[in-house]
Design a protein. Sequence first.
Length: 62
Amino acid sequence: MNSIEVYLMVIVLNSTIAGWLFSRVEKSEKVIKVMRFMLFFWLFGFVQLIVFALLYQYKMLA
């Protein structure tokens, strides 16, 4: 596997875990929890993608 593929898999895994953890904090209906999970999943995913892109651009990643 290519190192970029590994970084993308790490981003997806981190986003999934963060979305799950942040969506289960409050007691609410299942629909609200699913929407919060998707919100946090995409939020953390895009933030991590921007960070990894900047690190890759400045050759701080192998």
